[in-house]
Design a protein around this ligand. Structure first.
Ligand code: GLY
Ligand code: MN
Ligand code: MN
Length: 434
């Protein structure tokens, strides 16, 4: 893995203009309440280039610098603090284990970083993410400016680092894809477990526990995002995370949950009947969503553009809503008027990677971007019939269905990473009956 991180830094360096420096800051620790913290999660960009998971760290890349191109600032080792809060690599460890050419205590950054900025023309930095660090950086620059009469020259150009780095992150390497396959497999197992465990009378959070138990048991210690377990009409709330309702016989439950494994996300949604058998209406809507998901996945092909899968899902959903009598009119006209948006109000998917809604532009020069090998995305159409929708018969109201898979475009073709969890009605009913 050390080589993988160094390869990424080299790729970024090759994209940077001559005479430049890149600065990345670790994620802050976040307090949950009083003196307890949320579990620490390193910033994805920082981790992508360093593999280093400690807070209070700064990574500096100075391509072409003879005394070392990759520098790290981090916490010093401290036996007393380590007894309480755990191991620290220290600057020594940053060099030995993380491929830094040189490393320094974070407390020395004010003395060292201005010297690194001096005589560089351009700074690559993600301005606006960390206000405190933004102003420190400006103070260092001003400090150099103040010394201009003694010959110091300060960088004249600030460039958004995100732009370059996120273009790199959009294309997954073989090693990244291996992690993503593993994450997807664990999440698929977890969804199967939720289907097996589900019974009327349980609570949504108990299904959440089944899912997250499988994640953790398999080494994926955290969900990639807050698990969504919405039963009945809660399935119509796109990011429902309360997960507190009782599961009622005859309702569906929508579970949107995916683990994070070694900094890579997975993202799966399945919607299944709490009692193990879809009702007529539930099945009718489900089949439309499933057909639209399959049609969208068929469009995830290198050379197609980003919006092709979405457009395919819109067409199948609109046709289905007309067939079910939930929309009236011509399919083309309804698509034109976006009438489907009362039932399908989100996009068919997003990039997937270290972040669940991963980085990378969806448009290039105001055109939808073409799909290419290395990209990974979700496909997740849905139909949500609001419990308050007075335009449709009551028997449809409160049905919320989404089906979501993770799809990679590889040199060999399209690979569905999450195919180990069933989505056909018969297969789901069979798994639940078993
Ligand atoms: N779980 C968030 C999403 O599917 O986009
Ligand atoms: Mn999802
Ligand atoms: Mn998603």
């Amino acid at each position: 893995m050390k080589q993988e991180f160094s390869k990424r830094r080299k790729k970024l360096a090759a994209m940077m203009e001559p005479g430049s420096i890149a600065i990345l800051v670790s994620a802050p620790e976040k307090i949950r309440s009083r003196d307890t913290h949320f579990p620490y999660r390193q910033d994805s960009d920082f981790y992508y280039l360093s593999g280093f998971c400690e807070p209070e760290s700064v990574l500096v890349l100075v391509p072409g610098r003879r005394q070392g191109e990759c520098l790290m600032f981090c916490r010093e080792r401290d036996p007393e603090k380590e007894i309480w809060d755990g191991y620290r690599a220290g600057p020594e460890g940053a060099v030995k284990h993380y491929g830094a050419d040189d490393a320094f205590p974070i407390d020395d950054i004010d003395d060292i970083l201005p010297g690194l900025l001096e005589d560089r023309q351009r700074v690559y930095y993600a301005m606006g993410k960390d206000a405190a660090f933004d102003s420190r950086l400006m103070a260092w620059i001003n400090d150099i400016r103040a010394r201009s009469r003694s010959g110091a020259t300060s960088p004249g150009e600030f460039i958004d680092l995100d732009h370059l780095l996120h273009e790199l992150r959009l294309f997954k390497s073989a090693a990244e894809l291996r992690e993503m396959r593993k994450a997807a497999k664990i999440s698929a197992q977890a969804h199967c477990q939720a289907m097996r465990a589900c019974r009327p009378g349980m609570y949504e959070y108990q299904l959440q526990a089944e899912i997250e138990h499988v994640f953790a048991r398999n080494g994926a210690r955290y969900p990639a995002y807050s698990s969504i377990v919405g039963s009945g009409a809660n399935g119509c709330i796109l990011h429902y995370v309360e997960n507190s309702a009782k599961l009622r016989d005859g309702d569906l439950v929508l579970i949107d949950a995916g683990c994070e494994l070694n900094y890579y996300a997975s993202d799966i949604t399945r919607t299944f009947p709490i009692n193990g058998k879809y009702s007529g209406e539930q099945k009718a809507v489900y089949e439309v969503v499933l057909a639209s998901e399959r049609a969208a996945i068929d469009k995830v092909v290198a050379g197609n553009h980003w919006n092709d899968p979405h457009e395919a899902s819109v067409r199948v959903i609109t046709e289905g809503l007309v067939d079910l009598g939930l929309l009236k009119g011509s399919v083309d006209g309804l698509i034109e008027q976006e009438a489907y948006r009362d039932f399908y109000m989100h996009r068919a998917g997003h990039w997937l990677g270290m972040d669940v809604h991963d980085v990378g532009d969806y448009q290039v020069e105001q055109q939808w971007r073409l799909l290419e090998p290395g990209m990974v995305m979700t496909v997740e159409p849905g139909i949500y019939i609001s419990p308050d929708n007075e335009k449709v018969a009551a028997r449809w109201c409160g049905i919320g269905i989404r089906i979501e898979d993770d799809v990679a475009i590889t040199a060999k073709g399209t690979e569905i990473l999450t195919s180990a969890v069933p989505k056909d009605v018969a297969e789901i009913e069979q798994l639940m009956a078993g």
